[in-house]
Design a protein around this ligand. Structure first.
Ligand SMILES: Nc1nc(=O)c2c([nH]1)NC[C@@H]1CN(c3ccc(C(=O)N[C@@H](CCC(=O)O)C(=O)O)cc3)CN21
Ligand SMILES: O=c1ccn([C@H]2C[C@H](O)[C@@H](COP(=O)(O)O)O2)c(=O)[nH]1
Length: 283
């Protein structure tokens, strides 16, 4: 929590105002942030200075693991996070590649589970990682990337947290996640949860111990209509200690994640938090 608040304060103190053409809003921006999560000791990086809807964040990531391309599937899992980008963004609504209501196109999990090869076959990046890591193998290229510039025109948004690299040292699994663009009040609240949970889940299904997760962010910003709430409300609050995340131990394989897992298989213990803050969302 401390590192999150320090990043927020750094943006407030040192950020530069940058116009954003896509949303039409200005962003107070810094470049480069490095966050570390202690998954080994289950220090769940949940924001405590406002109420965090953590189930929504895990549901979103589970949707990526399953390769979802549709906001309705995300809603069925328990998150509305893709509704606006799938249905309210002018550029995407006018894109002939959009197949209808709720379609997100070839974004995130679609690239992760069925990247198109020139020969017409598809590559399941996640399956390869799970297979290697389960056998104790790290070929120094255990990479899951959603970043496919050749298909940006076929999706509603370029991926923000775009690449995840797993590493094994003996039987301890590490994760390094890269993010090109970060909405610190809204997106990062979710992305921290996702990086942590992804490592915890992958360690569990590949039979390894979880080590640390490293989260590397390039452009970290606060939108102009979020600044007052961040500076004058959230940053004035005292954080509480980190809670813990419990994951159903019956989750043992990628197939389990793809088939029966729901948000009921995740539990947060010891979550003390301040009141919710409703931040504006830029589409
Ligand atoms: N401007 C912007 N910021 C983002 O963080 C973001 C995007 N766009 N587009 C794609 C995804 C969607 N994400 C989202 C979308 C909505 C919330 C959100 O509204 N969160 C609320 C409550 C969520 C709930 O009740 O489930 C929050 O208070 O955290 C968070 C992340 C993250 N990404
Ligand atoms: O996981 C996510 C997804 C999105 N965001 C934020 C970062 C930006 O504010 C927008 C995306 O806009 P771009 O113009 O494509 O950069 O969404 C996030 O923080 N985390």
């Amino acid at each position: 929590m401390k590192q999150y608040l320090e990043l927020c304060q750094h943006i407030v103190d040192d950020g530069i105002w940058i116009e954003n053409e896509r949303t039409g809003k200005r962003c107070l921006t810094v470049i480069n942030a490095d966050l570390t999560y202690d998954v080994a000791n289950n220090k769940f990086p949940l924001i405590t200075t406002r109420k965090s809807f953590w189930k929504s964040a895990i549901a979103e990531f589970l949707g990526y693991i399953r390769g979802y391309d549709n906001a309705a599937d995300f809603r069925a899992l328990g998150t509305k996070t893709w509704d606006a980008n799938a249905n309210d963004n002018e550029a995407w609504l006018n894109n002939p590649a959009r197949t209808g209501d709720d379609d997100m196109g070839r974004v995130y999990g679609v690239q992760g589970r069925s990247w198109k090869s020139p020969d017409g076959s598809t590559i399941d990046q996640l399956r390869k990682l799970v297979d290697n890591l389960s056998q104790g193998k790290d070929d120094r290229g255990e990479i899951l990337t959603f970043y496919n510039p050749g298909e940006f025109g076929l999706g509603c948004l370029r991926p923000c947290m775009h690449t995840h690299t797993f590493s094994l040292l003996g039987d301890t699994l590490f994760l390094t996640s890269y993010q090109r663009s970060c909405d610190v009040p809204l997106g990062l609240n979710f992305n921290q949860i996702q990086v942590f949970t992804f490592l915890a889940l992958m360690a569990q299904i590949t039979g390894n111990k979880a080590g640390k997760a490293y989260h590397k962010i390039v452009n970290a910003h606060i939108y102009e209509d979020q600044l007052e709430l961040m500076r004058d409300v959230q940053l004035k609050r005292e954080p509480f200690p980190s809670p813990q995340l419990n994951i159903n131990p019956d989750i043992k394989s990628l197939k389990d994640l793809e088939t029966w897992v729901t948000m009921d298989d995740f539990e947060v213990v010891g979550y003390e938090h301040h009141d919710p803050i409703k931040y504006p969302f830029a589409v």
